[in-house]
Structures are given as C-alpha cells and as structure tokens.
Design a protein around this ligand. Structure first.
Ligand code: AMP
Length: 396
C-alpha cells in the first residue's frame, strides 16, 4: 500500500483530500476538531519531506453554490494552530483564484481550498472538475476514509490524473490496516458483536461475518427478530416480520460454518419506551404482551462478557440496547467494559459504526480500546465486503 511515507515530495505540490467536515456551532466555531487533528500526521509528513500541501474537503451539505455558513474559511485558524504553519486560504477550489494561490505555493507552505461541494460536479464525480483540481498539484493523496465509499471527483475520479503519483494518507492507510487486522489477519478467536435496531440494515455484514468469525454476538433490537423466528414470544419488542426467514437462515448457516451464535438469554423489558417506564427482567422468548425488550439482561451480559474477554480479536458494531436512555444502557455499558477488558488481555479490538462509537465515548472508554474507526458508512461497506471506490482508485 503506497503511502506518503514512500514518496519523495521535495519540490512537489501535493493535493490532499482530507475530511474537514467538522461540527460547527451557530457562530461557526468548531465544536470538535478530531478530524483536523487526525489529518495532521499526513500533512506534516509531506511538509517535512520538502513538499507543499493543498488541502481540499467538503463541509456540510450546501444546496447550490457557495454559502457563507459552509465556507471552510472558519477553520483556517484551527488548522494553522495544529500544524504550526500559517495556512493560506483560496476562496474557491478551482478556477483562477485556486490556480493563482496554488501556483504561488512554496515548499513548506499549506493552502486550504474552499468547500468542494459548492460545485455539484464534486458529488457527481465529474471528470472535468476532477481534472481542474488535479492541475493544481503534482501528486494526489487521499486521507479521507469517511468519504472513501463515494465515487466523488475529489475522492476517486481525480486519481486517474496521477497514474504514478497517487497514494494513501496515514489516516486512511491506518484505517484500512486496522480493519484488515480485525477481519482478516487478526489472532483468534474472532468475535463480532452486532447490535442496533434492525436486522435489515446489518444483514449483509452478518452474512459476510459468518465466513470470518468464530463467535457472533447478536444484541439490540434485531435480537427480537431472531427470537420471534425461533418461536419465542417477544411482546411489543421491535421486530421485522419480513426478516424472520432470513434470521433462521443466518442461524442455519452459522451452524453449518461452525460459528457460535450468542443471542440474549434474557432482556430488560419495559411497559413504555421511556426512562421512567416500569421495568423487569424477562427470559428470552417469554416477554409478556404489553412489554418490550429494550436492553439485554444480566445473564446475557455475563455470557457475552466471557466470550468477549476470551477473544483474540473483537469487532463491535451497534449498541445492544437503547443506550441513549439511562434505564436501558447497562447492556451496552457492560459490552464496552468487556471490550476494554479484552484489550487489556491483549486482544485487538475495533469499534465502528456511529452508535457504538457514540456509546464508547459516552462511557469515557475511547482511549482504552485498540482502534475506533472514523468512517461510519465507509466502514459498513468494507465490512459488507464491498470495494471502496476511493481505495480502489489508488490501488488500481
Ligand atoms: P443502528 O443504527 O441500526 O445501529 O441502531 C442503533 C439504534 O438501535 C440505537 O439508537 C439504539 O437505541 C437502538 N436499539 C438498540 N436496541 C434496541 C431495542 N431493543 N429496541 C429498540 N431500539 C433499539
């Protein structure tokens, strides 16, 4: 995998696709600069190797053309602060303004272009637009994992204009290597924890996982579709009746492939979807009418914990209960603690997918697991076994 470490940047201008789509408050002040900090190693590497850097990104979802609230100008100071370099700004990403600013760039300097999505050609993957971007630089670096599953002009199409001068940034390379380690080359036993509300949104991932994992823990709302499929009573729990047969097929396939499937053996059930609801513990498949399962119960937590803590590699995607409500967060918190414990025991643990990342952050345990993926949609597509166009464009 060719990365910025392998390239001679001396006297070269590198156009770098970063993900600076940072959250902003009403006054356009950055509320979380994680994405900026994440891009720093790649930018510094290029500068230290004698190059100059042209940064390009999208910000928000502008409808048609430039809008002040989506201008990347408001992040220039923060990027400068993290790099220790006065970052220049071009109020356009193509055309004379960008060309002039890029043309004047000297080694060691950094230029930030304005929002790529001020042009609809960006998301359309327009070749002419990609070519205009490419003309600003001598080489292309993709360091934006979060958009690597999109065949946009700046993430994919542009690469064809740099047949020998395209490469991965360190963040993107690290994502790919970590995910590869989790699902292909990690030490066993490999355990996947799949949670979330619906079987339908995770079905492709679960199917892919059956060829790779030793243990599959299924929790969250989708567990009730499995429970009903097996003939259990699930009361008012969330269910996808169209997926009962799919659930049975997954269990059958898992058995054929020697995968141990762990479904909850008990649930925290409630008489209302609210923090103040009455709750009790029900055995799986015996949830009374009028009650819904909103978290996995204490016995399930213990069983899941033992499996996780004796794993060599753990992949966690999706909460196992409605963790946003305090009354139904114990299951997800227990999973988070077990993943931390597994990490301490030497396992490689990867967490990805929006809600499980939100959960590990909520419990303040983000620094105690091996790797947290930055790309929700991109990670899901990789786990589904798809080729990401942004990755393929660099490799091909
Ligand atoms: P997903 O986006 O499919 O990963 O689903 C995440 C959501 O699933 C979270 O917002 C959880 O609150 C929700 N969830 C987890 N367990 C349950 C459950 N038993 N019933 C309803 N929703 C759930």
């Amino acid at each position: 995998m060719k990365t910025v470490t392998d390239y001679d940047f001396s006297g070269k201008k590198a156009i770098v696709r970063v993900d600076f789509n940072v959250p902003l408050d009403k006054n356009l002040v950055i509320t979380d600069d994680t994405r900026i900090r994440a891009a720093v190693p790649t930018i510094k590497t290029i500068l230290e190797k004698g190059g100059s850097v042209i940064l390009m990104s999208h910000l928000g979802r502008p409808k048609s053309g430039p809008e002040d609230k989506f201008s990347l100008k408001c992040i220039v100071a923060k990027v400068s602060e993290h790099l220790g370099v006065d970052v220049k700004f071009a109020n356009d990403c193509i055309g004379p303004v960008a060309e002039e600013a890029a043309g004047a760039l000297k080694a060691g300097e950094v230029l930030l272009l304005n929002n790529l999505r001020f042009y609809k050609e960006e998301t359309a993957g327009d070749k002419g637009f990609a070519e205009q971007l490419s003309k600003l630089a001598d080489c292309y670096v993709n360091d934006a994992f979060g958009t690597a599953h999109r065949a946009h002009a700046s993430t994919t199409i542009i690469a064809q204009f740099f047949p020998n001068d395209k490469m991965f940034g360190l963040l993107l390379a690290n994502e790919l290597e970590s995910i590869d380690k989790a699902i292909k080359s990690g030490k066993g036993p490999l355990t996947a924890i799949m949670g979330g509300s619906k079987v339908s949104s995770k079905i492709q991932i679960i199917t892919q996982m059956l060829d790779k994992v030793d243990n599959l823990i299924i929790g969250g709302g989708m567990g009730y579709t499995f429970s009903k499929a097996k003939g259990g009573k699930i009361g008012n729990s969330i269910v996808e009746d169209d997926f009962l047969e799919t659930a049975l097929n997954i269990l059958k396939e898992a058995k054929e492939k020697g995968v141990n499937v762990y479904l909850p053996v008990d649930s925290v059930v409630a008489d209302d979807f609210s923090n103040d609801a009455n709750t009790k513990i029900a055995t799986a498949g015996q949830i009374p009418d009028g009650w819904e399962g909103l978290d996995c119960g204490p016995e399930s937590r213990e069983i899941f914990g033992k499996v996780i803590e004796s794993s060599g590699t753990v992949l966690w995607n999706g909460p196992v209960g409605v963790f946003e409500l305090e009354s139904f967060g114990a299951g997800t918190k227990a999973i988070a603690n077990s993943v931390v414990e597994a990490t301490k025991n030497g396992a490689f643990t990867l967490i990805g997918g929006g809600d499980s990342v939100a959960a590990i952050n909520k419990y303040g345990l983000a620094n105690e697991v091996s790797y947290i993926s930055t790309g929700g949609g991109a990670l899901m597509e990789l786990l589904e076994g798809k080729v990401l166009p942004g990755v393929d464009a660099i490799l091909s």
